[in-house]
Write a protein that binds this ligand. Structure first.
Ligand code: GLN
Length: 283
């Protein structure tokens, strides 16, 4: 006898939503649907038109297990093991910051200024999402990503391999092991003030690596350090791009101007919040 179907697709989804709501998961509907689609290999369309399709016992068990994990505030991306960013799929683990949609603003700003064949340095590369996206959407650029975390670099390397993109990854405390010059230096460094971290949502506070979040007492530590040294590694006329926290634009712009950067500019993300600061190195 064939394996008995245990539940219909939409009923299973409803059960997932209820369990997540009971655990105060904010986007219960979205998360319940995305987990179900991942388990069943389906799309949004299936909920609309194939809600009465039975799921297999194996799918049911896997879904219940995923929902239990999400109820404990394990991020969706850690349950599934990946996150989409710039239309590409990046593997993630507890050793890297989950790529954020806000960071796409940074990538898009850099792409506006990037020309074929440029050399790009991504400082604090994490999953490699910024560097690998820039390389994917440009031609003949050379990319170097550095990070202090060896485990993060392992994930970045795996992402490069899976996406079929060539990049160099080096373990380095900021510029310590970096050599040569670049036309573009880009960074989304840790920028949360240390005393704010305990107030972040559990998904971030407990699952994103602390070293990817903690920007020191005022959150600006890494901007000061990177701006202090970046000029040594930029060609004259080269550009420095940062993602920033939405209240950090004035401070980061001032640091860059004081360090001699020209045309320092702030760009907003899709929510209208200050998100990127850039400038041109005068040499
Ligand atoms: N550059 C990586 C990202 O944007 C990691 C950033 C970080 O660890 N602060 O995802």
């Amino acid at each position: 006898m064939a394996e008995a179907a245990v539940m219909e697709y939409e009923a299973l989804y409803r059960m997932g939503v209820e369990k997540l709501k009971a655990a105060q998961i904010t986007e219960a509907e979205l998360d319940a649907r995305l987990l179900l689609e991942a388990v069943c290999g389906t799309t949004r369309n299936d909920l609309l038109v194939h809600g009465n399709k039975p799921v297999t016992e194996q799918q049911y068990k896997c879904y219940v297990n995923f929902i239990e994990k999400r109820r404990c505030h394990i991020p969706l991306q850690h349950i599934l093991g990946y996150q989409e960013f710039m239309g590409l799929t990046f593997q993630v683990s507890k050793d890297v910051l989950i790529p954020r949609q806000d960071t796409e603003t940074l990538v898009e700003e850099v792409l506006r200024n990037l020309h074929d064949g440029m050399r790009i340095l991504d400082m604090c590369t994490g999953s490699g999402c910024i560097l690998l996206s820039l390389l994917k959407y440009s031609n003949d650029c050379v990319g170097v990503g550095c990070d202090l975390s060896e485990k993060a670099l392992g994930i970045a390397q795996e992402n490069a391999r899976q996406l079929g993109i060539e990049a160099e990854f080096i373990q380095s405390n900021l510029f310590e092991k970096v050599s040569g010059k670049f036309e573009m230096i880009v960074s989304n460094p840790p920028y949360i003030p240390s005393n704010v971290i305990p107030t972040l949502m559990a998904e971030v506070r407990e699952y994103d690596p602390l070293m990817a979040l903690d920007g020191g007492e005022d959150g600006l530590l890494f901007y000061r350090e990177i701006i202090r040294d970046a000029g040594t590694y930029l060609y004259p006329g080269g550009m420095l791009f940062f993602e920033i926290g939405c209240e950090q634009a004035a401070d980061v712009s001032r640091y860059m101007e004081e360090a001699g950067y020209k045309e320092v500019a702030v760009c907003k993300d899709l929510s209208g919040l200050d998100r990127v600061v850039s400038g041109i190195y005068g040499g």
